[in-house]
Design a protein around this ligand. Sequence first.
Ligand code: HSE
Length: 438
Amino acid sequence: MESVQMGMIGGGTVGSGVFHALQQNGALLASRMGVRVQIRKVAVKALDEPRPYEIPRSLLTLDWQEVVQDPQARIVIELVGGTTLARTMILTALKLGKPVITANKALLSAHGEELFAAARQYGTNLYYEASVAGGIPIIKALREGLVGNRITHLYGIVNGTCNYILTRMKRERAEFDAVLREAQRLGYAETPPDLDIDGHDSLHKTGILASLAHGFWVAPQRIHVEGIRGITQADIQFADRLGYTIKLLGIVKQVEGRQASGPRVQVSVYPALVPQTHVLASVNDVFNAVFVRGDIVGDTLFYGRGAGKDATASAVLSDIADAALDLKFGTPQRVPPFVPHEGHGAVAPLDEVTSRYYVRLSVIDRPGVLARVSAILAAAKIGISSVIQPEGHEGESVPLILMIHDAPNAALRRALEAIRKLPVVKAAPVMIRVETFE
Ligand code: HSE
């Protein structure tokens, strides 16, 4: 049986997970593909660093060039993370005509366009199944399984840390800070946690999915991002009373009004109220899910573990299989990593996108307050669909919850600025968008 040798850069959690998965299922993979794959060398930061699965010392090196330049290593697997040295490593391998497998979402978000162009230029390929949603084969699904569809809507719960925190906040009626501390103690959140909880990890992944779905490169600067730091127990409880669950969503949605060259697309990451009847509301704990609507297939859902050494290794194994088969059959660009679609689309600024909203105001309980708030909304042609005001004591500060009909984001923002200035409004309004999946 033909054999393909590989070099791996990174022998930490994911790298050792890939090594272990190959030990476990390498023979299975070989029997399915008709190609045996083997890791020859693994470049690591330190020979003695602790790793969840052992890698034989004889395979380890401290020099990544030794891995990339090794003429016997025909595939390079990059699992180091970061956006500087990893970029150099990948470009070096691509220039040598070697296919590269990466799990590096931050790098693809920042330099994907350049790296995909380099793969094309040097007649090879860049495989990145593990970069989004870990073990869920969403890249392959979008690029191959759904290739015959126009993707009109895509919603992703793509950050396990945030989903874990929001799930526990709801289940235990606990506040964000306490749950975050507990998540850090249990190893479900990093220290510092900013990349996850401020939505940037979701942004990297959502940008990759948006680019694949719409065939134009979505730069991270074009993506509106809000994290989950501001979500309070009060909002989780009011949302529940109204029939919703709060989830951090990556949203890629075709919006009204085409530009001449292609569709306009909303690409955003923000916490949203999801109807409890929608399947995404049931995606809990560290699980990820991506909901995709295609014009031919209709609604589809992909669910699984979005992180962790074994789930990520499963995605890398899938890329190894593709890369090895493409080498075997001499088809390095059979499925290109990224294909621009005919007609270049554009990201619609969020201000121009229409949403529904949950708004929580802190107001003095006094006659006429609701009338003053609704007058500002009415003047902006913004409709209220329902109102909750728990009974309070007259003259005291009470929450006033408004559910708002579809309105452009800019109009709602300006109306809330005006509402904030009312003397009866005691704190900055809380606004969370409502996603109806229509
Ligand atoms: N930190 C990410 C998450 C996994 O919590 O989903 C790596 O992207």
